[in-house]
Structures are given as C-alpha cells and as structure tokens.
Design a protein around this ligand. Structure first.
Ligand code: ATP
Length: 507
C-alpha cells in the first residue's frame, strides 16, 4: 500500500468506479448530498442487509420497524430536538462564509472545544487568530445556535400550523411506537426495536465526503431493560475474553492514549456497565466480521461536558479516519428519558406491564447503538482499499458478503462464438442467485483488474478446455490463485466460497 489514502482520493476513486457521485453534478452539485452509483448501491444495500440480519433476524429479542420520515412535530418538541438540536455557527463579517464554530477552532488552534458555549468559542477565535477559510479575513463572529432540522410544510397551507420537520434521526419513531410494537410483537423485557432509514440534518458545513452529509441513513436500535435490572446483562460473559481499544473519560483527562483491554477487566474495574460494553462489543464484532480492521477502531467514553442532557453515559465507536479518530457509531445509555418525555407530552400510557411484580414500569434504554450507513460504507472501503504494486492496480479486499459483484464470468476470447455462448450460459445460471457480471471486452488481464478494483471476490473464465472437459478456471481476487472446477458444480461451489463454508485452497 502507498501512503494512507486521503478522503479526497477515496472520493475520486468512488466516482471513477461508480460507487458514489456528487448529487446533481450537471447543475453544479449540492453540498452535503450524494448519489450512490451501480456499485455503491449494492455495497450500501449489503451493509444494511448484514446489519439487519445480525441485529434482527439472528436475535430472538429484537424486532424491527420502518417509521415515516415526516412525523407529527410534537415528537420533536417532546424529544428536545426543537429546543436543543443545534450547532454554533461562526460567520465571516467580510464575505459571509458560514462554518461550524467548534470545527474551525479545533482545526486551527488544535484545542478541544468539547462542551464550550458561544462566548468561549469567540474568545478562542480571537486568541488563536482564527481566520475565514474562504477570504482569509479575521472577522469570524460567533452567531446564535443554528437548529439542524430541515423544515417543510405539509399540505397546501403555508401557515405555521402546517410546518413539520424531516426527521434528524430515526430513533424517536421507535419511542413513539413503543407500546404498539411491544404489545403486537409480544416482546418481553429485555428486548430491542431496530430501524434503518434516512435522516436529514441541515449541517452548517458538510465535509469529508460521506462523513458529514445533509441527507444520510442510520441503523439504530433501542434496547429496553427493566429499570431494576439495568446492572444485569445475561449475555456479557459472551465477550469477557474480547479485546477492545479503550479510551475512558479519565484517560482523556490525563491525556493518555487509548489502550487494549479485555471486556472482563473493564467490568472488574467498573469502567463501564455490563449492558453497555455488551452492545459496544457486539457492534465492534459486527464490523470486524465484515472485514474492518480492529486496530482502526476504538471505544471512547464521552467526557462530562460532551454528554447529552439525557444520557447517563455515552461511548462512541471511533474509526481512525485519515482526518483523525472520529465518531463512527454512538452508543448512548438514554435511561428512561425518551419514553418519559413522550408520556408527558402525549398524555398516553407508554408503560410496560411487568408480569413478575404485577405492576406497570417504564423501561430504560441501556444502550442505543446508532450507526450511520454512510460512515460504515467509508470504513469498509478504507479498510478494503489497497494499491497492489505488483499488479500495479487497486484491489478492493471487500468481504464477499459486502462485495457489490459476487462473481464475474468471462469468455477467454470474445470473437469465438462457442466460448461466448458457454460463458453466457454460466452467467445466466449464476445470476439467478448471485449478483453477477459478464465481461468480454479487452484482454483477460484487464478484465481481472477491473474486477479487482470493484472488489469482486471471484472471476470465472471459460476457455477452449472448458468446451471439452466441462470445467472452468475460477480465480480468487486476494491471492490471484486459480483453480479448475466442473461447470455443473459451480453454483454450489460459488455459494460455499461466498458463505465462507470452504476456503479457496480446498478447491
Ligand atoms: P457528529 O458528532 O459527528 O456530528 P453526532 O454525535 O451528532 O455526530 P449522532 O446524533 O450520535 O451523531 O448520530 C448517530 C450516527 O449517525 C453517527 O454516529 C454517525 O454515524 C451518523 N451521522 C450523524 N450525523 C451524520 C451526518 N451529518 N452525515 C453522516 N452520518 C451522520
């Protein structure tokens, strides 16, 4: 691999290969909005499918919902978003350029702005002579907090009563529907409700490609526990031997770097509650199982000033992006804050009937794993990307479960009808079950390289021997090794390889 890939280089690669395009580029684009191309949509869908499989289908204690994007605005009043979901902006007095005040201070002065209010940020701007990024003037003025929710109107009226918001997160729909889901799915505590869907935030300054967009997607799960059992997690022991890079709030105060620690030690030292570390480990293992690198992920506890008003404790899964360690996924302990808020604001009973004590209780959310699909997309691409100097080519080592194209089929030569017909027959059969690609243009080496760049784990080539012996060559992306297999065995073998049931060396 050459030097570390920058986010700009990844964006160029994504555009060239058809993973992601700037939105409406023919009209000059739109900052903070992106379109996923033919490979990108497959990778993104696979990420969502794998998340849903492991968080909903493979668990008996989680069910899903799909809430609507526009909802009664009272939901956002009750949750606190109308009053508090804001960032502090700094505006240039000369050219009018608007940026996030905390971001320019952190970038220029290299100091933490966690928990600082507008006057403190203004002082830091003066002290460190922070200049406008666009025109270079020193007239950056901190303005009022800016609410990040996009407003719209519903129906033909333009009056205040018709105003609504595009949801800035998916989570609140889970709380609003809590009672219906719990009763109809007959869920017993502890249990979770999951959701995948679009979220919209009018970010002051979208940046770093997909990392901070204005329209993005979230995969969120609220895990509800009996208030008297928040300290008991029956599944935590599953992860006792699991190792994570950890950075506690105390380590941050002492300016120590993160270090490796086993989950058992974290619990023995009471650094974190069992449910919380269980869900952080579960999320971490999900990333690793799909090809992310453990060294690039750490868990970081929010320091006191950074904690949301509702959160009892919050840890983030952070990724070592080329622009620093940044939040990939938040896992907050939200206690009973949200359900209580909606009970108060709606006047409806959102409690749970506890059979054991024969009483009504309001469950606590001990962990809310909240992951951006687009940030996960970046992580899998960064950790899969390699410039292979021997091949003089980019190879995307995407996990087969995530690869946009699972298998490609080529005739050795495009001008031999028998080879083309045999290859198309195989392609026609395989595509019934796998996302497949057929290619007959250019030299065979170039076709392999194009598939290496797309992250396709296996390529099949039909040659003259195939016509006689009814077999084909199958090539593995990561090693470039080749093996000969019977055409009749192909669907089964491809399935076994993709699901990890056999290794390539067993062929
Ligand atoms: P940040 O501090 O980076 O703004 P946040 O703390 O506001 O993030 P959350 O509200 O915890 O983010 O949202 C949960 C997850 O949703 C984040 O961990 C991230 O993966 C994703 N996410 C949030 N905002 C954006 C955005 N503007 N673009 C892409 N993904 C986002």
């Amino acid at each position: 691999m050459m030097g570390k890939l920058s986010i700009e280089e990844l964006a160029v690669f994504c555009k060239r290969k058809g993973f992601v395009y700037p939105n409406s580029e023919i009209y000059g684009g739109m900052a903070g909005f992106f379109d996923y191309g033919h490979l990108g949509v497959e990778l993104k869908n696979s990420i969502k499918q794998e998340w849903w499989k492991s968080h909903v289908h493979q668990r008996s204690d989680v069910v899903g919902i799909d809430g609507s994007i526009i909802t009664n605005p009272k939901v956002w009043q009750a949750s606190g978003h109308v009053a508090n979901f804001a960032d502090i902006m700094a505006e240039c007095g000369k050219c009018g350029n608007s940026v996030r005040a905390d971001h320019i201070v952190e970038d220029k002065a290299k100091v933490s702005t966690t928990g600082l209010y507008a006057p403190d940020l203004q002082k830091l701007i003066y002290k460190h002579k922070v200049k406008c990024l666009r025109c270079g003037s020193d007239e950056m003025k901190v303005t009022l907090p800016f609410n990040l929710m996009f407003k719209t109107t519903v129906g033909p009226s333009q009056k205040k009563e018709a105003e609504a918001y595009l949801r800035p997160e998916t989570a609140q729909l889970i709380f609003a529907d809590f009672r219906l889901v719990q009763e109809n799915a007959r869920m017993k505590l502890p249990f979770g409700i999951a959701q995948i869907g679009k979220a919209f935030r009018n970010e002051i300054a979208p940046r770093d490609f997909l990392f901070r967009c204005r329209e993005f997607e979230q995969m969120e799960l609220e895990y509800f526990v009996h208030p008297k059992k928040v300290g008991e997690c029956p599944y935590a022991s599953e992860f006792y031997g699991y190792e994570l890079n950890i950075l506690t709030s105390e380590m941050q105060q002492k300016q120590q770097p993160h270090r490796k620690m086993k989950v058992k030690e974290m619990l023995d030292r009471k650094l974190i509650l069992p449910w919380h570390v269980y869900w952080l480990s579960f999320e971490h293992r999900w990333f690793i199982s799909l090809g992310a690198k453990a060294d690039n992920i750490r868990i970081r506890q929010h320091v006191q000033e950074e904690k949301s008003h509702y959160a009892a404790d919050t840890w983030d899964l952070e990724f070592n992006f080329p622009f620093g360690w940044k939040e990939l996924e938040g896992v907050a302990n939200r206690s009973d804050y949200d359900l209580q808020q909606h009970i108060k604001a709606s006047g409806k009973d959102l409690s749970y009937f506890d059979e054991e004590s024969k009483s009504k209780i309001v469950p606590h959310v001990v962990a809310e794993p909240s992951l951006g699909v687009d940030r996960a997309f970046l992580v899998f691409l960064f950790d899969a990307y390699e410039y292979d100097s021997k091949r003089e080519n980019i190879v995307l080592h995407l996990h087969p479960k995530l690869a946009p194209i699972k298998v490609a089929v080529f005739p050795l030569l495009s001008n031999k009808d028998e080879l083309v017909a045999a290859a198309k027959k195989i392609y026609g059969e395989l595509r019934q079950n796998f996302s497949c690609f057929y290619d007959e243009s250019g030299a065979i080496g170039r076709r392999y390289y194009r598939m290496d760049e797309a992250g396709t784990p296996y390529c099949i080539t039909v040659d003259f021997d195939s016509l006689k012996n009814h077999d084909v060559t199958i090539r593995e992306r990561d090693t470039t090794k080749q093996a000969r297999v019977k055409i009749s065995d192909l669907p089964h073998i491809v399935w076994q390889l993709l699901s990890g049931m056999i290794g390539f060396d067993k062929l």
